[in-house]
Design a protein around this ligand. Structure first.
Ligand code: TYM
Length: 325
């Protein structure tokens, strides 16, 4: 039987190059393999961070638009909104009772968010338990994610194991599928991962050719002259080389050879061209979808209709096993 694949995108802000190279591009490619695929917009997760209620609905909808514009295809994948399937939250509650608070407070993402000034609310602490429910409610076996989600995925495995030991074999232990670029770094500070919180160093998929050019030109590199690939010693230029490699299906080593004798300025201008070329179709698809909102709504409704019976069946099994009536 086809393996079950599950992954999600959090609708807080616009998609960026890290999301694309760490997860989304691969999610699109994986549509050609024989998996049963569930992709959702993790709207519940996005409520754990400070947000404006008046902007949330638009963010959720536009993240769905972006996922479709990037190539997630409703004919090949089940695409839906997390909160439209109530079993995600129901299963989270069951999992809460087999998860230790100590383990949750040790999660790096939680600690980072609190250090950045986020209110440490219970939802933020519980974030990885909801993730485990997202995956396991479909009995997901493989999960395409970036490196920053590995610790959360490890917790999903622990939760699956604990549940199975206590209530009988029910869940698989899901495994991550990483890309060759599982951690794209910020253009402004290559020691930190690319994220919307450092917007100067973040390349959004919606950025125009002009903005891409400016951001890439301003990317922090070093005082060397030669293009090379050494993420430890030369993180700035190596990050750019990796981005170029992933967008052109080549390897950093091939690129170092190709650009021998070429200066940073010329390399950066070539990279900006490559990035713009990759995202032009995305920007066009996005525009079309935004002009046809009812089509997107229908896709999401159909996705929820496909996902719901699967989630309901798991939840019925779980209720029985944990002793609920
Ligand atoms: P989100 O929306 O923050 O990120 C979406 C995906 O992008 C990856 N990513 C990166 N990859 C490489 N380099 C980067 N700089 C970078 N930044 C982000 C993330 O690892 C992620 O795969 N918690 C999830 C959403 C989620 C989920 C799930 C995922 C909710 N439930 C269940 C899988 C399974 C998240 O961080 O999304």
């Amino acid at each position: 039987m086809a393996k079950i694949l599950v992954s999600g995108l959090k609708p807080s802000g616009t998609l960026h190059l890290g999301n694309y190279l760490g997860m989304l591009k691969q999610a699109v490619v994986l549509q050609e393999k024989s998996y049963r695929r569930f992709y959702f917009i993790a709207d519940y997760h996005s409520l754990t961070l400070k947000y404006k209620a008046s902007e949330k609905a638009k963010e959720i909808f536009e993240m769905a638009v972006d996922a479709l514009a990037a190539g997630l295809d409703p004919k090949k994948s089940t695409i839906f909104i997390q909160s439209h399937i109530k079993e995600h939250a129901n299963l989270t509650w069951i999992f809460n009772n087999i998860t230790s608070v100590g383990e949750l407070t040790r999660m790096v993402e939680y600690k980072e968010k609190v250090a950045q000034g986020q209110v440490p609310n219970a939802g933020l602490l519980d974030y990885p338990v909801l993730m485990a429910a997202d995956i396991l409610v479909y009995k997901g076996e493989v999960v395409p994610v970036g490196e920053d989600q590995l610790q959360h995925l490890e917790l999903s495995r622990t939760i699956a194991r604990t549940f199975n030991n206590r209530f009988g074999k029910t869940f698989p232990e899901p495994k991550a599928i990483l890309t060759k670029a599982p951690r794209i770094m910020s253009l402004a500070d290559p020691k930190q991962k690319m994220s919307k919180s450092i917007s100067r160093g973040c390349l959004f998929l919606t950025d125009s050719a002009k903005v891409i050019k400016e951001k890439v030109a301003a990317a922090q590199t070093d005082s060397h002259k030669e293009i090379s690939y050494d993420p430890e010693k030369r993180p700035g230029i190596s990050n750019l080389v990796l981005i170029y490699a992933e967008l052109t299906n080549s390897s950093p080593i091939q690129l170092v050879k190709k650009f021998k004798g070429v200066g940073y300025r010329e390399f950066k201008s070539e990279l900006a061209r490559v990035i713009d070329k990759e995202f032009k179709p995305f920007r066009e698809n996005r525009k079309k979808l935004l002009a046809n909102k009812s089509k997107v709504v229908k896709i999401l409704e159909a996705g929820a209709k496909q996902a719901r019976p699967v989630a309901e069946a798991t939840m019925a099994e779980v209720r029985r096993k944990v002793g609920l009536i």
